[in-house]
Design a protein around this ligand. Structure first.
Ligand SMILES: Cc1cc2nc3c(=O)[nH]c(=O)nc-3n(C[C@H](O)[C@H](O)[C@H](O)COP(=O)(O)OP(=O)(O)OC[C@H]3O[C@@H](n4cnc5c(N)ncnc54)[C@H](O)[C@@H]3O)c2cc1C
Length: 409
């Protein structure tokens, strides 16, 4: 039995996958997995999809069976917060003062929602969606119907709007940009999603912010938009984005810059401390740049990758980023990474109006990102095309009859 102790702070997807990979990689020392939530590690995507809509059982969201932790000799400490890292003595301090020794430490502290800061945002009825409990509460609210106002046309806001329509609630969606998902998908595909929601009866209001929330007796009743309109609301969900939970790392003097900065081995500026998942601003050796990714696949893959680095495997992290979203009868997967200005053409394969198509972002004839909407079993090929960086024939790419595997020159 190894004498080493590996501590993981953050008992969610990245943390649980790291614990699993440590055991799979042959580590037989002590693993302590510390999480401030009461629930054992779970996946968040169902919280705005199957679980929120009531179609999926809660049990499906958990990363492992309850018995798995004891079976794999993982010391799972739930409902307790790590408050400080003492790098000199290699200890993590927990709420209440207990100090836990580590030989190697993984920070998988994830992220927290950005809170709305306008007059009235303290009123009862304003909700956020990050945790299981918040999803359970929101589910009950949606089931009551009434009028829901969603602030923010990002993935979470749009998925909540979709779930709410499924319950028959009326929904007003307020987005201050010119389109939903503008930063990720650009104006054309943002407009596509806006139209999908309008077609399902959502009142989509673009280019307007929120100046205040007003209420009665401590409970919200109205959202006042930046152009002065008063929108009645029985409930409001704000999906304004997230911020990485970097406080532990920053207080410990680790390099932090939009997340905990790690190299391609997910190692921080302290060689015994690693970071993975939403909190990590990691060097992706495939993309040749630092990126912080706020998605499920990244948390899953980086948790495992960090664990393998902690075990001494020499495997730089080089995955093509990937995420997915389900809204109404529309399922999409997105592979790659592109920022405005990083591409010179957008090519469609299939007609978006048919709701079955792919879109590709190209830079100098190579695919930098691809999205498949209601077209299945293609994302491994799309990821391979991105990974190969091979120039592609735009005509073949745009032709749904031409095999996707044959579009490279
Ligand atoms: C509603 C919702 C739907 C989503 N849907 C999708 C989707 O469809 N597709 C997709 O790709 N991604 C989706 N995501 C994003 C995805 O869930 C996240 O990228 C993923 O959860 C990140 O995992 P993580 O383990 O890095 O961090 P987190 O899931 O944020 O977990 C971090 C954990 O660490 C704990 N923690 C933090 N600080 C401390 C501390 N000091 N001490 C102890 N514990 C601490 C937190 O309480 C939390 O439990 C969704 C997210 C949400 C909220």
């Amino acid at each position: 039995m190894s004498e080493s102790t590996f501590v993981i702070v953050g008992a969610s997807l990245a943390g649980a996958k790291a614990a699993e990979a440590l055991r799979d990689g042959g580590f037989d020392g002590r693993i302590i997995l510390i999480g401030e939530e009461q629930q054992r590690p779970y996946e968040r995507p169902p919280l705005s999809k199957g679980y929120l809509t009531g179609k999926e059982a809660a049990e499906k969201a958990y990363v492992h069976e309850e018995s798995w932790y004891a079976e794999h000799n993982i010391d799972l400490r739930l409902g307790i917060r790590a408050t400080r890292i003492d790098r000199e003595h290699r200890e993590v301090q927990l709420e209440g003062g207990e100090r836990v020794h580590y030989d190697k430490l993984l920070l998988a502290t994830g992220s927290s929602v950005v809170r709305l800061k306008v007059p009235g945002s303290e009123l009862e009825g304003l909700r956020y969606l990050r945790t299981f409990d918040e999803s359970t509460e929101l589910r009950a609210v949606l089931a009551e119907g009434g009028q829901l106002v969603v602030i923010g046309g990002g993935w979470i806001g749009l998925e909540v709007a979709s779930a709410a329509r499924g319950y028959g609630a009326s929904v007003v969606l307020i987005e201050q940009q010119a389109q939903p998902l503008l930063a990720v998908l650009g104006p054309e595909l943002g407009a596509f999603y806006a139209q999908v929601h309008r077609d399902h009866g959502v009142d989509v209001r673009l280019g307007v912010g929120v100046q205040a929330i007003t209420g009665d007796g401590g409970r919200l009743t109205t959202v006042v938009t930046s152009d002065g309109h008063e929108v009645p609301a029985d409930a409001v969900v704000a999906g304004l984005g997230i911020r990485p939970n970097v406080e532990l790392a920053a207080d410990a003097g680790l390099l932090v810059d939009d997340g905990v900065v790690v190299d391609e081995y997910l190692r921080t500026t302290d060689p015994d401390i690693y970071a993975a998942g939403d909190v990590a601003n990691a060097h992706n050796s495939l993309l040749g740049r630092q990126i912080r990714v706020e998605h499920w696949a990244n948390a899953k893959d980086q948790g495992s990758a960090a664990a393998r680095s902690m075990l001494g495997f020499d495997e730089p992290f080089a995955k093509v980023p990937y995420f997915y979203s389900d809204q109404y009868d529309l399922g999409m997967e997105y592979s790659g990474y592109v920022r405005p200005g990083d591409f010179d053409s957008l090519i469609y394969r299939g007609d978006p109006a048919s709701h079955e198509f792919c879109a590709f972002w190209l830079n100098k004839r190579t695919i930098v990102a691809g999205m498949n909407v209601n077209v299945w079993d293609v994302h491994p090929t799309i990821r391979a095309l991105i990974k190969s960086a091979a120039p592609v024939d735009a005509d073949r790419l745009a032709d749904p009859a031409a095999p996707l595997a044959d579009v490279a020159d």
